[in-house]
Design a protein around this ligand. Sequence first.
Ligand SMILES: NC(=O)c1ccc[n+]([C@@H]2O[C@H](COP(=O)([O-])OP(=O)(O)OC[C@H]3O[C@@H](n4cnc5c(N)ncnc54)[C@H](OP(=O)(O)O)[C@@H]3O)[C@@H](O)[C@H]2O)c1
Length: 318
Amino acid sequence: MAPSNESHKTFATVGIVVTLTLYLIRRRFRGATCKSLALMQGKTVIITGANTGIGRETALSLAVREARVILACRDVQKGENAAKYIRKNTPDGEVVVKKLDLASMKSIREFAEDIIKAEKRLDVLINNAGIFQPPLQHTEDGFELQFGVNHLGHFLLTNLLLDSLKQTEMSRIVIVSSSLHKRGRINFDDLNSEKHYHKGEAYNNSKLANVMFARELHRRLAGSNVSVYCLHPGVVNTNLGRYFPWWLHIIFTPLKWLFFKTATQGAQTTIQCAVAGELTGVSGHYYGNCKEEPWDKAALDDDAAKKLWEVSEQMTKL
Ligand SMILES: NC(=O)c1ccc[n+]([C@@H]2O[C@H](COP(=O)([O-])OP(=O)(O)OC[C@H]3O[C@@H](n4cnc5c(N)ncnc54)[C@H](OP(=O)(O)O)[C@@H]3O)[C@@H](O)[C@H]2O)c1
């Protein structure tokens, strides 16, 4: 028996309602867009981990704004592929790839030396690279990988580049943390996870270390021309979950489509902190969805932040 006109109508109505609901859910989760039209002609920006995800989309937006964008990547070939993608999408800006492995203090020092020698100015440093919940692994210098890359690597890099940032008028340091820092804890008795390793806890702790670093850096730079911005990008569909098992990726695929930001959407708060004119000189705040958010109480332990700085200095032999 052929379906009646009535069942066609019901089918069409259900289809429209479902499509509209999915569209509204996706819209709800895409987050805010950076509204700033600021150009960055003559400005130089470094973005760590810029070969993919949030870093690559940030680099594209800054190239569109005519910046000289240095993609600081551990795999130069992946960096060149990202540079090709950016050049294909915009003829503007100047895109340069340089080798930086944040899991190696030697690599960080070589990178910083090269920047100090080769670059006349450094307007924005974006500490974006990150690693999420790998099984227990160590950096070249023996640090637990997440603490080593997410915190210590960026701590050393930033400090080595501070003079260049100070020599450039109104420069910025943008630190990409995560809202998961709210579940973190800085355990000074076992910073390097030698007694106990839990991959989720180690990520949260490394992101809390990012936040404490941002606050202490801001305190130390008070009265200087360098401003510090800390942010969480939201939940973003990138390669960050690369250590999840394959079956979890399959379960997550429809959820990612519905509830996760795209990498372009996830890059918006970073872009806002890097370029927005109204944020010039506005240092020491935390951002999400392109606007200021309050620091979580986990971030407010300034004594722990000072101690973490001192311990990080010793660990990185700064
Ligand atoms: N995605 C999210 O939902 C989310 C949420 C909150 C916070 N975040 C933060 O956002 C930042 C960017 O993450 P994403 O989502 O764009 O992830 P992603 O797609 O995995 O990108 C991470 C980048 O970091 C690089 N990286 C990893 N280890 C490195 C090392 N040792 N040296 C240099 N670079 C290294 C990666 O290089 P390879 O490609 O060579 O591995 C990659 O370019 C991270 O700090 C992350 O913690 C992301």
